[in-house]
Unconditional design. Structure first.
Length: 274
């Protein structure tokens, strides 16, 4: 048994995630329900399929949150790969299985950004002001764990208003490479939210911003982020890497855990007060 497994088994309730369990856990491919039915979650392609299909592979139950305060450290040590089956279930935020909704926690964030605090005090301010500090990204993401199954059953065409809003990825409204913006801002403003709701199949793809197709999430912005994290870049080049790779560098975990307001302020050694 690895040290990670032994630690969790003896941890009891002391390290259980204290924050609001609101992370989004949904499939990243419309093929997930079929792959799950065919046993691919446990097959030779399980490493890829489990990451692409956390909902269909059962990683979202009972919720999508890190079960231990040590999850990020274990992820830095490569345990998401070495102990894949266990880590993807117990540490889904740190292993990048689920995505954390992202927003500022105080109205002061815009002022702090203008004062340069995102750069001067990243350990604290990036966690409290992820939106203002550029940590957040608009991403194409299903909002329900059953989306790939519903899409397979034909609900994208039977109930388009609901499905394009809740399951844009599974219904093909957007994909991982989509820019979450209106293609024609003037026309989208004319159509407005009424057309988004009542003529969603025709409008949602062209008016992603107006129709709120995408979700503001704390996610990595580069495919190399996980390797950079293992290589120690999150600490060596903290300012740039944490904004580019917030999930791999642990910011998303702290945002999800609702880190106490004031965490990290002591890192300034009394030189500057918030």
């Amino acid at each position: 048994m690895s040290n990670v497994l032994a630690a969790l088994l003896t941890m009891g309730s002391a390290g259980v995630h204290p924050g609001p369990r609101v992370s989004l856990c949904s499939d990243l491919s419309p093929s997930c329900s079929a792959w799950s039915h065919e046993g691919e979650c446990n097959g030779e392609n399980a490493d890829v399929v489990m990451r692409e299909c956390p909902a269909s592979c059962g990683l979202c139950t009972p919720g999508c949150y890190d079960a231990s305060i040590d999850c990020h450290a274990w992820a830095e040590g490569g345990e998401c790969t070495v102990n894949r089956d266990f880590m993807l279930k117990e540490c889904p935020v740190s292993c990048g299985v689920c995505s954390v909704p992202c927003k500022d926690r105080t109205p002061q964030c815009r002022q702090w950004r203008e004062e340069g605090r995102c750069e001067r005090q990243p350990d604290f301010v990036l966690r409290v002001c992820p939106d203002s500090c550029g940590v957040c990204s608009h991403a194409c993401h299903d909002k329900r764990t059953d989306c790939s199954w519903w899409a397979k059953e034909g609900h994208c065409t039977e109930n388009p208003s609901f499905m394009t809003r809740e399951c844009p990825l599974s219904c093909g409204v957007c994909d991982g490479d989509s820019l979450c913006e209106d293609k024609n801002k003037t026309q989208c403003q004319i159509w407005g939210e009424w057309e988004c709701s009542n003529n969603s199949q025709a409008v949602a793809r062209d008016c992603m911003a107006t129709c709120k197709t995408c979700t503001k999430l704390c996610v990595d912005k580069d495919a190399s982020c996980r390797q950079w994290m293992i290589d120690g870049e999150c600490e060596e080049n903290k300012q740039g890497t944490q904004q580019l790779c917030p999930q791999s560098c642990g910011l998303c975990r702290d945002i999800d855990a609702n880190v106490p307001f004031g965490y990290g302020a002591e890192s300034n050694n009394g030189k500057e007060e918030l």
